[in-house]
Design a protein around this ligand. Structure first.
Ligand code: GUN
Ligand code: ZN
Length: 441
């Protein structure tokens, strides 16, 4: 197979950036090169140095003056909610009952699941996202559809069939036994196949009986290297109902703790209203709190205290996510723009380098896939996004006054969206420019 040599302004992070002057937290090459072979980056650095390592027959792609970054990572998203996004006027529990559960019943149909999985991954790529942690519906067919589509595209994705056996319509319920059996079947078929990773996915404490929570815990004991994803402490009524359903629990987090679901690969969506004890429990277990700003604002759930969680004595590991369809945009740029505003309402600021670290390396490390994606380091997978800071007339005009890389990134985050994503590489192959743009057939 021929090697590919990309040229452009390359940016990749080394660690958490402490401020706009923390230039040691990233590597930036004004004229950078990435040499790609068999889906991996095999050399990265100044273009002249990288080009010297390339063979005669290398295929060169010149992306100057655009930025090359690691593909964005979305740590929490519901693929069956593409026809739920933008549903008006409800808080979490009403929103689930009115819009979300009825929509998810349609995923019993394999054809429907396959169509939406295809359109979902198209939409992710169009927005520059190359890895997601996705919830499927309760139907095993929906997870099969998602993984088949993801595998065909050679994307590194984490996903799982939702387990839910109560407090929802019959069409989206499994049982403790069928949830366990279907999950185990999917793990055997998909986990570790190509770039696919399975996440055990009890939807949340409200829709799983104690018997089902036991089964989820049993799966994590049988397959301890798997991810576990669920929702935690999103909304006041949700928290109160959980306390009624699990009266013995000290708090909401204690429910997941009790069933052995916390740990370094536990991804807990929302985590807005945590007590100090709950935050300590997440910190001590290395669990990940997933920040979903557009969703938390849209559903009126509350303000995630990013900087406090990050800097408290027992800090939390944090990821960021769209949470479509509670979330209102597929773009991680739009997501971090809203995230910036949420953090501002909490009296803090998130510097632009930290934002882009979070979308890339930060999320990769939070998802425990930092050895494969999230940087432009040699030896990692070639999942890359090409960003145009002058994608619209308004951006072009504002760029006239931009003087620093930090300012440019902040402009991209504040005004950018899918129009700023010029190209996306998935495992070294162009994935956006080759996409059909004719609609949603
Ligand atoms: N809690 C349980 N299920 C969901 C969901 O689908 N979306 C959100 N935002 N919260 C949830
Ligand atoms: Zn969610």
């Amino acid at each position: 197979m021929t090697d590919t040599l990309l040229r452009g302004r390359t940016l990749t992070f080394l660690r958490w950036p402490d401020g706009v002057d923390d230039h040691a937290s990233y590597t930036y090459e004004e004229d950078g090169g990435l040499l790609i072979r068999d889906g991996r980056i095999i050399a990265a650095g100044a273009y002249a140095d990288v080009a010297r390592q390339a063979g005669e027959s290398v295929q060169k792609v010149d992306h100057r003056p655009h930025l090359l970054l690691p593909g964005f990572i979305d740590a929490h998203v519901h693929f069956p909610q593409m026809q739920v996004i933008a549903s008006y006027g409800a808080e979490l529990l009403d929103w689930l009952n009115t819009y979300t559960f009825p929509e998810e019943t349609k995923f019993a149909n394999t054809q429907h699941g396959r169509r939406i999985a295809r359109l979902f991954l198209d939409e992710m790529v169009r927005h520059g996202t190359t890895t997601v942690a996705a919830y499927c519906s309760v139907h095993k067919e929906s997870a099969e559809a998602f993984f088949a589509e993801s595998h065909d595209r050679n994307m590194l994705n984490i996903a799982g069939k939702v387990m839910m056996d109560r407090n929802a319509p019959d069409g989206v319920l499994d049982t403790p036994q069928s949830g366990y059996d279907d999950t185990k079947g999917l793990i055997r078929e998909w986990h570790g196949r190509g770039r696919q990773l399975y996440a055990v996915t009890p939807r949340f404490a409200i829709t799983s009986s104690p018997e089902q929570m036991e089964m989820a815990g049993a799966l994590m004991r049988e397959f301890p290297d798997l991810h576990m994803q669920t929702h935690l402490s999103e909304n006041d009524k949700e928290i109160a109902f959980t306390q009624e359903l699990y009266p013995w629990s000290r708090d909401y987090t204690d429910v997941y703790e009790h069933y052995g679901l916390l740990g370094r690969k536990a991804l807990l969506g929302h985590c807005i209203h945590l007590s100090e004890r709950e935050a300590d429990a997440l910190s001590e277990s290395g669990s990940v709190a997933v920040f979903c700003p557009t969703s938390n604002l849209f559903l009126g759930s509350g303000l995630f205290d990013y900087q406090r969680y990050r800097t408290r004595q027992k800090p939390l590991r944090i990821a960021a996510a769209t949470d479509v369809g509670g979330g209102t945009n597929y773009s991680m740029l739009r997501t971090m723009d809203e995230g910036y505003k949420v953090i501002a309402l909490n009296g803090e600021k998130l510097n632009p380098f930290a934002s882009f670290w979070q979308m890339t390396r930060g999320n990769a490390e939070a998802l425990s896939v930092g050895d494969k994606v999230g940087t432009l380091d040699a030896g990692t997978d070639a999942d890359i996004v090409v960003l145009d800071s002058k994608a619209t007339p308004g951006m072009r005009l504002r760029m006239e006054t931009v003087k620093t890389l930090a300012e440019e990134l902040f402009l991209l985050q504040t005004l950018g969206d899918d129009r700023s994503v010029r190209e996306v590489y998935v495992a070294g192959k162009p994935a956006k420019s080759v996409m059909s743009t004719t609609g949603v057939a």
